[in-house]
Design a protein around this ligand. Sequence first.
Ligand code: BGC
Length: 343
Amino acid sequence: MNRAILLILTSTILFPIYGFAEAKPDQINAPFIQNQKLRRTINLGNALEAPSEGDWGLVLKSEYFSIIKKAGFTAVRVPIRWSSHAREDKPYSIDQSFLQRVSWVVDQSIENDLSVVLNMHHYIELCSSPLAHKERFISLWRQIASYFKDAPDSVLFELLNEPNGELKANLWNQLLDECTSVIRKSNPDRTLIIGPSNWNHISTDLDKLTLPDANVILTVHYYEPFHFTHQGAEWVDNSENWLGKEWTGTVDQVSRIESDFVAASEWAKKNGVPVFLGEFGAYSKADKQSRIKWTNSVRHHAEKYNFSWAYWEFGAGFGVYDREKNEWREPLLKALLPSHPSN
Ligand code: BGC
């Protein structure tokens, strides 16, 4: 559907039907407008979500932001392990120096006219013991939200990457409600990004997700077939057994992507939210041609259903940028941005 028509529909039809009582029509349009700015995003993975930046070999540099902008991306998603940079006990204060580092990332993004998604990544303890960590999680967001309350609307907050483990749908929905109402006190108009339990998987728990208010974008991740995208991934048990698995774009392979995306798109329409495919990528140990074909096909399907997307990731194990040679891996970049003039 044409985006302009979609916007009119969301403000005139969905507002009364899906009735977030206090939402004004402009708050309903906001996430669609914000999502448009995320239409070609890249994840700055393996930097700020490592226990300390640099532990996983990647330190963010100023030049990356202009390189990303020049290639044709519109936004960056920044995975951040806030939980390693805050006190374990009350009041769970976040290190000021870490907040300043994230603030530098935000400034670099703004200077380069890139939207920026600040997420909470790898809060492993929250997923294994949600009740014990709930108060700390909400407190972290209270602090982040307050620190960035005056940031422009090109800064978006994503509440939690890939909720999993004991953080199951019901609990996650409750946490989303509580956390959103805390964020709303300092950021009444900021667009938030949220995804379903069970690792933000595109289908398994989507039906169980409830939206905390109207100014949100739905995020889902796509790594299917997992044995193809994660072959040889050191952090996935037995994945060395999957090495050599190819993806050639057969009718069956493509129709799997198609049906997964149609279902998510239908859910989003029914619930009046735009969709952000916040992660997708195939690890560098997979066959190169297969990676290019798969990346191109997933990106194509995202665009077909009006999902914005974020490739996982910039310059590490899935990387589209070769940091040693200081150059893009052109075929992979072209799979992501086929029509950009510089590619
Ligand atoms: C995880 C990364 C991982 C990627 C692909 C991300 O959400 O945080 O550690 O490399 O998914 O598995």
